[in-house]
Each structure stands twice: as C-alpha cells, then as structure tokens.
Design a protein around this ligand. Structure first.
Ligand SMILES: [Zn+2]
Length: 412
C-alpha cells in the first residue's frame, strides 16, 4: 500500500493499520451477529439483533437511533425496526446502508459461526452482516484517526431486504425517513470485488387461470384451466420475444447477458387429479427490466397482455409478488470516482463498474436523486449457499475503503 494522504484528510496507512489491529474484534462481533437467526422469510429475531447492534454501537461511542415507521407491522420479537448510527456533524450525510436479515439457512449449523483461519463461516457472514461490521468499523476508524468530517456518515441498518424491502427500506422511503440530506450512499452487498452502479428492476406476478371442474368422462361439461393457461403462456412468450430485444448499455459480469428478461413458470401448479378437468391453474411470471427501461411502462405492457387474454375469453386474475424499480448511478459522479480510487488505493487493483443482476437497495437512494453504489467484502457465489463465509481480510479492506471514501467525499 502506498503512503499517501487522501483529500487533505486521512492517512491510508494509519487507517488500515488501525483497522487491521481490530480484525479479531470485528470477527467477534460478526460471529455474534451470525449466531442470531434473523431468517427472512419469515423475519425472525429482529428484536434480538437490533438490541445487540444498538448496544454495541452505543458501547463503541456512536449515536444510534431506532426507527419503527408507523404501520410497519410485525409483533414482539419480530418488529421490523431499523437503526441509524451516525458519526460527524451537520446535516449533509453520506449514507452507509446494510440489511441485517438473512435468507433461511440450509441447516441449523449455519447459525453456529465457525472460524477457519482468515474465514468466518455462517449464514449472513457474507450477505451481509460482514459488510455491516466493516461499515461500523469504518466509522470508528474515522473517529479514532481524528478525522474532522464536513458532514456526517449515517449507517442505516434495515430488515426485510431479502423479501423485497417492503417493511424495511420501502417503508422508510415512503415515510421520507431514508436518505435525508444525503450526498450519496454506499451499500455493503457481496459484490465479489466489483462495484455495482446499476441494478435491474423487477415486477413478479402469480397468474391464476380459472376453469370449471368435471370428471374426465364428462369433460364436455367442464372448462379446462390448463388448456386456457396454455393460451396465456403463448401470449406471454410473444411478449418475451419482444421485450428481450432490449439490451442494456451497462457493463455486466462475464457470465451474464445484457438483454431484458421475462421468465415464465418459475413456479406453477393446478388441478386436483389426472382424471379431473382442472378448475384452476397458476404460474409465476418474473419480469426483470434493464436500467434504461421504465417500471411503470413495462408493468403496463405485461398487464396489458394479460388483459388481452381476458378479452378473448380467458378468465384470469393476478397478484403482484414483488415490484422494484431499476436504477443507475454514473461512475463519473464524485462518490463513484472516490470509491474507485480508494478501492485501488487499498487493494492495489482497480474495481470495474457493473450492473447487479438482481434488485438492490441502492435504488431507494438513487430514486431520491443521489448517487448510490454497492461494494462489499463478500463473494456473490457463496451468498445464500450452504458454505456461506467471508474473508476477514476483505472485511478489513472494505472498512478502510469505506472510511477513506467517506473522508474524501465529505471533505473533498
Ligand atoms: Zn444482501
């Protein structure tokens, strides 16, 4: 690592050294967080997890505010509370953002964190409790190094990301509680060494096609929902051929494609037995839009195709399973440039900018008009899997990158 001062604020080497000396302390906090099964769905143990985080943040000497938006739902142990920890002064805020819920474990052992040399294994280690610890320690590093910030860092910790963020960031955004006075946002998702500056949007539906039940011998008295569903699927395949022509200009990972996506039948079902005319059949539709496309327009197009089926006499209804907009922040924004420089400064390697294939909570901040990027210590390839882990050296690197980027952006 080069000895250099970044934006008249923070010595890279001192910051990194201070953080590296705290690697075990960081690993300890991460292990405690991993041991709390904040599985979502259904959204368990949110209280235990936010209590621990709140206590630790206070012990470490940072301000912390608990936020439970009105109508957020959930009861007792599982109220979907968010925490906002902050360091610095004034209104101008650079947001750090992380979710403390995790996808369900493949086995209960995943909630017993295991240390193997430089790696910590367990559900959420990479997605994204390791990222949360890195962000928290980035703030501590800034304080310990005596960095005077012209503004503040707000670390927003939210629940429910793994199920679309409706009761977490979505609710906070609707109530005007997300990104106030924000100059930008960094998200600690597992990005495998690249920066995600864009994400696809999503509109996912379950479509139910209705018919009339009858015994196979009397099928003329029934109406076959499966055969009707076939007509709907054909219409949607036509739409698929049209919408998948759209290709994004964003860079994508080597294993990914640039086209817009419409996937049919991720789940499907219906009927009661082979010898009964099915009275109902259902299937899912997962439409993923590119950053250049508009969610409302693409939703209208999809629902329009279903309306057409209705008009030609196919009785059907649909339910929206999830909905989220696409977003894109230019890599030439001051925050994007600072992040890129600090990644190179700490790791010695430049980070490429790519579009995330899925939804990202950067979208809530981008929608509010500020640049938002994801960069975190984990590998996407182990997130949500049975061998989820994080490299603790990467966690330290990321903490240094977050600290240096914040100092540069707020003071630059
Ligand atoms: Zn995540």
């Amino acid at each position: 690592m080069k000895q250099k001062l970044l934006a008249d604020s923070l010595p890279t080497v001192d910051t990194f050294r201070w953080l590296n000396e705290r690697k075990e302390e960081m690993a300890g906090l991460l292990a405690e967080l991993v041991a709390i099964p904040t599985e979502n769905p259904p959204g368990n143990n949110y209280r235990v997890c936010t209590d621990l985080l709140e206590r630790r943040i206070a012990e470490l000497g940072l301000e912390c505010q608990r936020i439970v938006p009105a109508g957020a739902g959930g009861v007792g142990e599982n109220v979907p509370a968010s925490l906002l920890a902050s360091y610095g002064s004034g209104a101008r805020t650079l947001y750090f953002h992380g979710h403390y819920d995790v996808v369900p474990a493949q086995s209960p052992e995943q909630f017993r964190p295991v240390r193997k040399e430089n790696f910590l294994f367990g559900r959420g280690a990479c997605d994204m409790k390791g990222g949360i610890v890195a962000m928290l320690y980035a703030m501590l590093a800034l304080r310990k190094c005596g960095a005077e910030l012209k503004g503040r860092i707000g670390l927003m910790l939210v629940p429910d990301e793994e199920t679309g963020g409706k009761r977490g960031s979505g609710r906070l955004a609707r109530e005007g509680l997300l990104g106030q006075a924000g100059v930008g946002m960094l998200l600690a998702e597992p990005t495998s060494g690249v920066v995600w500056n864009a994400n696809r949007g999503a509109i996912s539906l379950r479509v139910r096609v209705l018919g009339k039940s009858a015994h196979v011998g009397l099928q003329h008295q029934g109406a076959n929902a499966f055969e009707r569903m076939h007509r709907v699927a054909e219409r949607l395949q036509q739409l698929k051929r049209e919408v998948e022509q759209c290709s994004t200009r964003c860079a994508v990972g080597t294993d990914q494609k640039r086209n817009s996506i419409l996937m049919l039948g991720g789940q499907s079902g219906g009927g009661t037995n082979f010898n009964v005319v099915p009275a109902e059949c259902w299937f899912t539709v997962d439409r993923r839009i590119n950053p250049e496309e508009n969610l409302a327009e693409e939703k209208a197009r999809l629902l329009g195709a279903l309306e057409e089926c209705r008009e030609i006499g196919v009785p059907l209804e649909w339910e929206v399973l999830q909905e989220g907009c696409s977003a894109r922040s230019d890599e030439s924004e001051a925050l994007g440039k600072a992040l890129s420089r600090c990644v190179r400064e700490v790791t010695g390697k430049a980070a490429g900018f790519e579009m995330c294939p899925g939804l990202l909570e950067t979208r809530f901040y981008a929608e509010a008009g500020m640049p938002a990027y994801a960069y975190g210590p984990g590998l996407l390839s182990v997130a949500h899997g049975p061998n989820e882990c994080v490299d603790l050296r990467r966690m330290v690197d990321c903490a240094a990158i977050y600290a240096l980027t914040a100092a540069e952006v707020l003071n630059g």
